[in-house]
Ligand binder design. Structure first.
Ligand code: PEP
Ligand code: MN
Length: 262
């Protein structure tokens, strides 16, 4: 297992201080919506775009994602049109092979962090197809439990695992979750995995996102996840936390300055 992934490009920073950015909408909603986000991400020289096809919504009446149609859009508008690598969440073990046939990275979401049969399946498919696994921390999981759960993925032969801190449940209600920035140095101390920080799901509100992103880069995160949407007010999920594209461009410029100084 290596602390750096060979296909992770230096999106931010110079020399050895590189931070990969996984930006994109919460949900893939239409070809036009995803293409606009992809054009922005690619225009900034970033290498990955994220997007939800199968959404783990609290309420079954909420938008559930476009499913395989979303994966087709990601491939057409993200990979083929803009040359981006694509990341999406796989929620169902039976669909992992199909999902992996469309994208470059498989995300395991916070709500599935101890779904061991899913972890085994994602690990096996990612190993066979050489896909990245973005493994989110459960919002009530300790770092010890998270690292133990990552073993289910790794034992299937998957070496391209990136952990993702996305906020935990605490007594604090001002943010959607409490970003555990300590997870960055703790994961670096206790494992060889690279760590991503998802600032959007922790913040829950877009005005808090830039400060958390600056903190994550300064703390030494290997990657950042940021939700961006061409028109957040009309987003089908997580509208309050998604950055507009101009806000995201401004943030990347700020982060590049921080990363360059590290
Ligand atoms: C997501 O990244 O789309 C997502 C649902 O995140 P989480 O699993 O961290 O809630
Ligand atoms: Mn979201």
């Amino acid at each position: 297992m290596s602390a750096s992934l060979p296909d992770i490009l230096p999106d931010l920073g110079q020399r050895s201080n590189t931070v990969t950015v996984f930006a994109g909408p919460c949900s893939v909603e239409s070809p036009a919506q995803f293409e606009e986000a992809a054009a922005c991400v690619a225009g900034l020289g970033l290498s990955w775009i994220r997007g939800g096809a199968y959404k783990p919504r609290t309420n079954p009446h909420s938008f559930q994602g476009l499913g395989e149609r979303a994966l087709q859009i990601m491939r057409a508008e993200g990979s083929e049109r803009h040359g981006l690598r694509t990341l999406t969440e796989a929620m169902d073990a039976d669909l992992v092979d199909m999902v992996a046939s469309y994208v470059d990275g498989l995300q395991v979401g916070a709500r599935n962090f101890q779904n061991f049969s899913l972890l085994r399946k994602v690990g096996a498919v990612a190993a066979r197809e050489d896909r990245l696994v973005m493994f989110k921390r459960g919002f009530a999981g300790t770092i010890e439990e998270w690292l133990a759960a990552a073993e289910y993925v790794r034992l299937e032969g998957c070496e391209r695992i990136m952990l993702c801190e996305r906020g935990i449940r605490t007594f604090e209600t001002s943010t959607r979750f409490t970003l555990d920035i300590s997870a960055v140095p703790v994961v670096h101390k206790q494992s060889a995995y690279p760590i991503c920080v998802d600032v959007s799901h922790a913040a829950g509100q877009r005005d808090l996102v830039p400060a958390l992103a600056r903190a994550a880069v300064a703390a030494g995160a290997d990657a950042l996840m940021v939700e961006v949407h061409p028109d957040p007010a009309r987003a089908k999920s997580d509208g309050a936390q998604q950055l507009t594209l101009p806000q995201f461009e401004h943030l990347i410029a700020e982060l590049r300055a921080i990363a360059a100084a590290l």
